[in-house]
Design a protein. Structure first.
Length: 219
């Protein structure tokens, strides 16, 4: 039995909890969530979300034995996920991945630590994916793609073979990326069609996508 604490307590954490439930019911892997930790949780301490208690702020982790317990990075937005993961790691936290049993990953591909992958995602051969990756349902990643750390792909995203995606990139639902390079911190809008490179910290929206400056990185 693998004991885990959910790092995050919002809607995305609920989705991850649902994936854990499916894993427990359909595979030999046994994951036992014991509660939630997140910024601002002291005001919610003692409450229950989907049957699990809110344990407290990140300071709660100081007393956790990480030889026995792992964290799940159940925070949706890339910018928030990096912040809370890095703070937890300073306290000695160790992370585990949560991968839905319907996900298909080529044996010739590699995925870093702390990934969350939801139903019916496909990763083709020779793909390299960094740490703390999130893919919502029905994401397809083509051969030889290279994907950085803290990348989030929303439902029905399609990544063409050979695409290179930097760190901290947020990709909106149903976006399609033709073979291109996406810079660190970029945001790809929902339903966008990417036909050319996107520079770092730019937003790309539309079909075909146009580039826009971001005043503030919110994703």
């Amino acid at each position: 039995m693998k004991k885990v604490i959910m790092l995050g307590g919002g809607g995305f954490a609920g989705e991850v909890l649902e994936t854990i439930d499916v894993i427990n019911k359909n595979t030999e892997e046994a994951i036992s969530p014991i509660g939630y930790v997140y910024d601002g949780a002291d005001k919610d301490k003692g409450k229950f979300i989907h049957g699990l208690p809110v344990l407290g702020e990140l300071s709660y982790l100081k007393n956790v034995d990480f030889n026995e317990v792992r964290l799940v990075a159940a925070v949706g937005r890339s910018v928030w996920r990096r912040k809370i993961v890095e703070e937890a790691k300073k306290l000695g936290a160790k992370f585990t991945s949560v991968i839905h049993p319907t996900v298909t990953i080529s044996k010739w591909s590699k995925i870093g630590e702390g990934a969350i992958m939801q139903r019916f995602c496909i990763v083709m051969p020779d793909v390299i994916i960094g740490n703390y990756f999130v893919s919502n349902g029905f994401v397809g990643i083509g051969h030889d793609a290279v994907i950085g750390d803290y990348v989030h792909m929303n439902p029905h995203v399609v990544i063409s073979g050979g695409t290179v995606i930097g760190n901290d990139v947020f990709i909106g639902l149903r976006a399609t990326l033709l073979t291109s390079r996406i810079g660190d911190g970029a945001v790809i809008g929902a339903c966008a069609l990417i036909t050319k490179d996107v520079p770092p910290n730019m937003m790309a929206m539309g079909m075909p996508a146009k580039l826009y400056e971001m005043n503030k990185k919110e994703y």
